[in-house]
Write a protein that binds this ligand. Structure first.
Ligand SMILES: NC(=O)c1ccc[n+]([C@@H]2O[C@H](COP(=O)([O-])OP(=O)(O)OC[C@H]3O[C@@H](n4cnc5c(N)ncnc54)[C@H](OP(=O)(O)O)[C@@H]3O)[C@@H](O)[C@H]2O)c1
Length: 211
C-alpha cells in the first residue's frame, strides 16, 4: 500500500514542489491551500482549506482519513510574509501572519497527530532562516517562524515520532517576489526544498533543524 503525505500550502511554490516530489515517489498525496481547487483522483486529494480555521482543518482531516485511511507524513508548509517595519504592519497583517504561520500549523499538527503516532510517521514543518535569526522588516514573520522552531523542538522531546524543521533561506516563489528583494544572489529552487523534505522522510537525519 502506498504511503500517505499531507501537505499544506499545496497550490504554489514550495508546497507544490513537495506535492510533485511525493507523487513522483509513489505516495498518495492530500494537499490543501486557501484557494485550492477541490480535486479527487486515485492518488491525490486536493481541498480548499484555511489552515487558521479549526473547522476547515477538521473537515480536511476527515476527508483525508475517509479516502486514504492512514497518514505517514505531515508537511506543514502554508505561510504568508510581509516586508514591513512594525509601525507599518496593520493589525490584520499581524493576525494573518501569526494565524497562518503558527496557529494554523499547531492546529494541523494537533488534529493529525494521533494518526501520525499510529503510523510512526514524520512531522516536517517549513520554518525559515528567519526562524533562527532576526531580520529587519520581518519582525512578525520572524516571531511566527521562531515559534515554529520552538514548537517543533518541544514536540521532538515530547513525542516518540520524528519531527523536523526545514529552515530555508530565499527560495524563488511568489512569496519571495512579493517581499520585493528580487535581486538576491544564489536563490534556491523550490524543488531543492522538496528534496530536503523528502530526505527527512527517507533518511531520518539526527538534527531537528535542516537548513
Ligand atoms: N520563499 C522563500 O523565500 C521562503 C524562505 C523560507 C521559508 N519559506 C516558507 O516556505 C513556505 C512556503 O512558502 P512559498 O515561498 O512557497 O510561498 P508561496 O509561493 O506564497 O505559497 C504559499 C502557500 O501557502 C498557502 N497559504 C497561505 N495562507 C494559507 C492559509 N491560511 N490556509 C491554507 N493555505 C495557505 C497559499 O495558498 P494559495 O495558493 O491558495 O494562496 C500557497 O499555496 C512558507 O511557510 C514560507 O514561510 C519561504
Amino acid at each position: 500500500m502506498s504511503k500517505v503525505v499531507v501537505v499544506t500550502g499545496s497550490r504554489r511554490g514550495i508546497g507544490k514542489s513537495i506535492v510533485d516530489k511525493f507523487l513522483e515517489e509513489g505516495y498518495n498525496v492530500a494537499g490543501c491551500s486557501k484557494n485550492e481547487k477541490n480535486i479527487v483522483k486515485d492518488n491525490l486529494l486536493l481541498m480548499q482549506v484555511d489552515v487558521s480555521k479549526i473547522s476547515d482543518v477538521k473537515k480536511f482531516y476527515f476527508k483525508v482519513i475517509k479516502k486514504f485511511k492512514d497518514i505517514d507524513v505531515l508537511v506543514n508548509n502554508a505561510g504568508v510574509a510581509f516586508n514591513r517595519s512594525l509601525e507599518d504592519y496593520s493589525i490584520k497583517e499581524i493576525d494573518l501572519t501569526l494565524d497562518t504561520n503558527l496557529r494554523g500549523l499547531i492546529y494541523f499538527t494537533k488534529i493529525f497527530l494521533s494518526k501520525l503516532k499510529d503510523s510512526k510517521g514524520v512531522i516536517i514543518s517549513v520554518s525559515s532562516l528567519a526562524g533562527l535569526k532576526g531580520y529587519s522588516s520581518l519582525s512578525v514573520y520572524c516571531a511566527s517562524k521562531f515559534g515554529v522552531v520552538g514548537f517543533s523542538e518541544s514536540l521532538a522531546k515530547e513525542l516518540k515520532i520524528k519531527v523536523y524543521c526545514v529552515c530555508p533561506g530565499p527560495v524563488g516563489t511568489d512569496m519571495w517576489t512579493g517581499l520585493g528583494w528580487i535581486k538576491y544572489p544564489g536563490i534556491t529552487k523550490p524543488s531543492t526544498i522538496a528534496n530536503k523534505v523528502f530526505d527527512c522522510v527517507i533518511n531520518k537525519p539526527k538534527e531537528l533543524v535542516i537548513k
